[in-house]
Design a protein around this ligand. Sequence first.
Ligand code: PGA
Length: 251
Amino acid sequence: MRKTIIAGNWKMNKTPSEAAELAAAIAQIQGAKCEVVICPPFVDLFYAKKAIEGSCVKLGAQNCHFKESGAFTGEISADMLIEAGCEYVIIGHSERRQYFAETDETVNLRTKAALAKGLKVIVCVGETREERENGITENVIDRQIRLGLKDLSKEEMANVVIAYEPVWAIGTGLTATNEQAEEVCKFIRGLIAKLFDADVAEETTIQYGGSMNAGNCAALLAMPNIDGGLIGGAALKPADFATIIAAGSAN
Ligand code: PGA
C-alpha cells in the first residue's frame, strides 16, 4: 500500500520565530493517519525541528545542491539538511525552474545527490498554461519524468515521491479539476511502470499540488491516483492544513 503524504511547501514565508509558532501549531494537529511533512525555508529548519519534536510531523527542505560542498554561493548540501533534521527535500519545483533556471538535468543531479545521502525526494513536475493549451501536457510530463528520474534504480524509487503541479494552478486559485489532476497522475504512474516496473509504479506516492485547499482537498485526494498533496498557501494556515490532513487520512 502506498503512503499518503501531505506536505506543506512554505516557500519564502516565515521568519524563524514565526516558523517555530506555525510548526508548533501543526504539531498539535491530532488524528493524522497519513505522513505529514513541513518544508520551511532553510534558516527556519532548526527552529521548526525543535517545535515538531515528539510529534509525527516530518521536516523537509525546499531544495538541495548536487555537490557535497564547495564554492556554490547561496546553495545548500544534503548533509547540511540531514544534520538540520530533514527527512525530505523538494526538488524541481516550478518556481525553481521558472525563476532560478533549474533544468531537467539539474533536477536529476539534485535528486540523485539527495537520494545518495538518504533523503526522501519530492520531485515536482507540471505543465504551463501555454503547454496545456497547446495539447502537449503529456509530452512535457514525459520529458520531465524521464530526465528527472534518469539512472535511478528501482530501490531508489522507494524514496521518491512525485508531485504533479500544473504551473497554471500554483498560487492562482485555479485548481485543476479532479479529472484533470487524476488524468495526469494516472499518466505518471503508467510512465513509472514503463521506466521501472509495475510494482514500483504501484508503490510510488503521487501528490497533486496547485491551489489545493480546505474546500477542494477531499475530492482531489479521493481520486485513485492522487496519493497526497503538496500545499503552498493553505499550508501556512493551521486550520486549513488540518482539514487537508484529515482528508488525506480518510483515504
Ligand atoms: P499553492 O502552491 O498551494 O499555493 O498553489 C503549491 C506549490 O507550489 O507547491
